[in-house]
Every structure is written in C-alpha cells, then in structure tokens.
Design a protein around this ligand. Structure first.
Ligand code: PXP
Length: 260
C-alpha cells in the first residue's frame, strides 16, 4: 500500500499568520526519509493554503513524485500544465467548502473533464479522477481513459467518526448525528461495501485505485483490507498528529499501520 502525504495543512498553518513558516518545502525530505511514497498538494482556486510558488518549488525540489490536486477550471489546468507535476488529480471545487466534499460529477462535466485530461496528457502528466464509489462514475472514468481513480472515502470516514469518536464538528447534519448506533453501524457497513465493490469493479476494468479523504489512524485499517486499493492519500490526520509527535513519527506510524 502506497502512502501519499498531503502537506497542504502545513501551508494552512502558515496562512493563519501570513508569514513564512512553517514552510511546506521543509516537509519534503522528512516525508521521504519517513517512508512516504508521494507528496500530495492541492492548488486551490482560492489559494487558501498552497500557493503557485509553493507548488513550483515543491515540484522542482521533491525527490518523491508530486500528485497535484486541482479543479477542472481551464485557467488552473493551464497552470498545472506549466508546473508539470508527476500526476494531476482532478477534484471538484466549491469556494464555500471547508474541504473537498464529494467526487467529480463526470456526467455533467464530461466534455470539460475530457478537454482537461487531453491537455494534461499532452504535457506528459498522469491523470487521476477523484470520484465517489459508484459504478456509474467508474464507467465514465474508464471512458475518459485515465490510468487512475481516487475513491472518496469521506462518507465512510464521517460515519466512522459519528459512531466511534466524540465528534463535535461535522459536515453532516444534526439529524444524522441523532441516528442510533445500530443505524450508524448499518450505514458504516453499507459505505464500506460501496468502497469495496467500487474498487473491485474499477480494478477489473484495469484502473489503478487510490483512496482518500478523512482517513486517520483509527479508520484506515479497514480500508486497507480492500486489496484493490493500492494507494492512500492522507493529509489532515497526519499533519494534526505531527503537531504533537513531529512529522517523521506521524508518517512512520501511518505507514506502519497501512502495511501491517
Ligand atoms: N485526496 C483528495 C483528492 C483530497 O482532495 C484530499 C483533501 O485535500 C485528500 C485526499 C486528503 O484528505 P484528508 O486531508 O482528509 O486526509
């Protein structure tokens, strides 16, 4: 199981003060010697954490491959083509969201996404599509001839948090929080089965399957039992833990968990 470490939130901390530190660039060598397999960053349209100059320096200086998440906006795609990361993962973006809330709507945006993929391919950038775990999205991703998909694990992670942790902040409605434990367990099982079925379906079509969003030191173990998932991209939980333990230890621990 490969681990992509998403370092956006190092820049989030920097942006809290709009100064120079912590600098996400300083994370590169720590990620490498701690066992990360790739660095993931998201160049958001609102530049709320990673800026263009961060992305440029990270891509130029990283010994690990860079997976650059970005929207399908053509201005952003043009920037990404110039930056030339190893991989671009196309994600939906909404200015008001705290974090990416769902997968791409491939049906609605098929032509726009197709055009973005063409441009990226012309620039020798590998493409991945961040999608929800359902057969329809996978079939459309397959029609778009991308080598990778990344399955959105956010629903699974949210239900897991409602069930097993004292979740105070959630993007889910209070109504869902009031669901009883049995219903939450059923939902968690359904959500896990969706991920499992989708991974199997995608892998049988020849797609490489990554997964990410909301994964942490508690919920990641079950995701790792899905053998078709070959890569995880994890950010918030690793950076959060690193505040207390240091980044190296936070990555080593995650790497150990996902390969046990
Ligand atoms: N994968 C994708 C496509 C994402 O957009 C994000 C969040 O930027 C992640 C993985 C990492 O999510 P988290 O920070 O919740 O681990």
């Amino acid at each position: 199981m490969l681990l992509g470490v998403n370092i956006d939130h190092i820049a989030t901390l920097r942006e809290a003060r709009k100064i120079n530190d912590p600098n996400p660039l300083d994370a590169l060598s720590i990620c490498k010697f701690s066992g990360a397999d790739q660095i993931t960053i998201h160049l958001r349209e609102d530049r709320r954490h990673i800026h263009d100059l961060d992305a440029k320096a990270i891509i130029e200086q990283s010994a690990l491959p860079i997976n650059l998440e970005c929207s399908i906006n053509s201005d952003i795609i043009d920037i990404v083509c110039k930056l030339k990361p190893y991989r671009a993962t196309l994600v939906p973006e909404n200015r008001d969201e705290v974090t990416t809330e769902g997968g791409l709507d491939l049906e609605k945006n098929f032509n726009k996404i197709d055009a973005a993929i063409e441009k990226l391919k012309e620039n020798n950038i590998e493409v991945s599509l961040f999608i929800d775990p359902n057969n329809k999205s996978i079939e459309l991703a397959n029609m778009l001839e991308v080598p990778w998909i990344e399955l959105h694990t956010g629903s699974y992670a949210n239900i897991y948090a409602m069930l097993y942790t004292n979740l105070k902040h959630t993007q889910h409605s209070i109504k869902e929080l009031e669901l009883n434990q049995i219903e939450l367990k059923n939902r968690l099982n359904r959500s896990f089965e969706e991920l499992k079925t989708a991974s199997n379906f995608a892998s049988n079509l020849g797609l490489k399957v990554a997964a990410g969003h909301g994964l942490n030191y508690q919920n990641v173990k079950s995701i790792c039992t899905i053998k078709e998932i070959v890569e995880l991209n994890i950010g918030q939980s690793i950076i959060a833990r690193s505040v207390f333990t240091g980044l190296a230890s936070a990555i080593t621990e995650m790497k150990k968990l996902i390969n046990e």
